[in-house]
Design a protein around this ligand. Structure first.
Ligand SMILES: NC(=O)c1ccc[n+]([C@@H]2O[C@H](COP(=O)([O-])OP(=O)(O)OC[C@H]3O[C@@H](n4cnc5c(N)ncnc54)[C@H](O)[C@@H]3O)[C@@H](O)[C@H]2O)c1
Length: 308
């Protein structure tokens, strides 16, 4: 075993990924499978699930797939039972399912609130409880890790996504409390809080209002990334997968109750924008947009505020 394989300590471990058949969950599945982790994947997209399974098996990985809506107790029961029957242990849980839609808060209603709570928070309680039951027999000796995928919106304001942001913040808070409750059991709990990664889920939110996906490969997308993300680009599947690998592995064995932020510095920038030719300022300096949006758009606007 190489030095890095020893430091990861992942060989022979078992992970369950809720939402592992597409998007960021699939990226996490590929990372863990490549590190010799045996997997159980739950996803409601049967086709996506099958594609994921086919690739992992082609690469020599072990995987069990369960199709269903993870927000139901019935699907979670089947998923955890299938994992237990195949592997008899559980070391890593990635809770990935989540989603949102753009809606001004004053237009939202009870149906929207219930959907956002169910999709982003409630199922995760049951998933976590079931995982801890299966992890407890081995975690004290081998260590176990629960990874909750939240969002940058859990850590900042998100106009038109207020309830989604609140639910992701709820997961962040839950993560901290459970990190303390589970520390004596040898189970760590952390979050990954990405900014935009161009997944199908992100594209769906944009399509719903006839807009192009944020940070897409287009003039306005590139400008947004240049200005709003210090590292100047959207996130990738590997950026998030890498964080999951770290949090699953022994490399992070003393890390619990924390959030990792694969966001290119977006959260740290917190209102500071990196304008072309002008650098950091919290409003567009004269001429900063020339060359990106043309002469008209380059006319400076009066600032709302100045750096304080
Ligand atoms: N993509 C981003 O920019 C971004 C940024 C911040 C946070 N996130 C979070 O990351 C997570 C994954 O997002 P994504 O962009 O990969 O989404 P996605 O829609 O592209 O993929 C999500 C996967 O989960 C599955 N899924 C969705 N609802 C399910 C359900 N109820 N039961 C079973 N499977 C279900 C989908 O079929 C799909 O395979 C979400 O929690 C999202 O809030 C994403």
């Amino acid at each position: 075993m190489s030095y890095l394989e020893q430091r990861l300590g992942l060989r022979g471990k078992v992970a369950l990924i809720v939402g592992g058949g597409g998007g960021l969950g699939r990226a996490i599945a590929y990372e863990l499978a490549a590190a010799d982790v045996a997997l159980t994947l739950c996803d409601r997209d049967e086709e996506g699930l099958q594609e994921t399974v086919t690739r992992i098996e082609a690469d020599g990985g072990q995987v069990v797939a369960v199709a269903g809506d993870a927000r139901t107790s019935e699907t979670l029961t089947r998923t955890f039972a299938a994992s237990s029957a195949r592997y008899g242990r559980l070391d890593i849980l990635a809770n990935v399912v989540g989603g949102t839609f753009r809606q001004p808060f004053v237009q939202s209603d009870d149906r929207a609130w219930q959907t956002l709570m169910r999709t982003n928070f409630l199922w995760l309680l049951e998933s976590t409880q079931r995982a801890v039951e299966q992890m407890t027999p081995t975690a004290a000796a081998a260590g176990a890790s629960i990874i909750n995928v939240t969002s940058i919106e859990a850590h900042r304001a998100a106009p038109n996504f207020a309830v989604y942001a609140a639910m992701k913040a709820a997961v962040t808070s839950l993560t901290r409390s459970l990190a303390l409750e589970f520390a004596p059991l040898g189970i760590r709990v952390n979050t990954i809080a990405p900014d935009v990664v161009p997944t199908e889920g992100m594209a769906r939110i944009s399509r719903a209002r006839g807009a192009e996906p944020p940070l897409a490969d287009s003039p306005s997308g590139r400008l947004t990334a240049r200005v709003g993300v210090p590292m100047g680009r959207a996130g990738t599947y590997q950026d998030v997968g890498g964080c999951a690998l770290f949090l699953a592995a022994d490399l992070s064995r003393f890390v619990t109750g924390m959030s990792l932020h694969p966001d290119g510095g977006a959260l740290a920038s917190s209102g500071w924008f990196n304008w072309p030719d002008a650098g950091y300022a919290n409003f567009p300096p004269a001429g900063a947009l020339r060359g990106y949006l043309g002469e008209e758009a380059a006319t400076p606007q009066p600032p709302h505020s100045t750096a304080g």
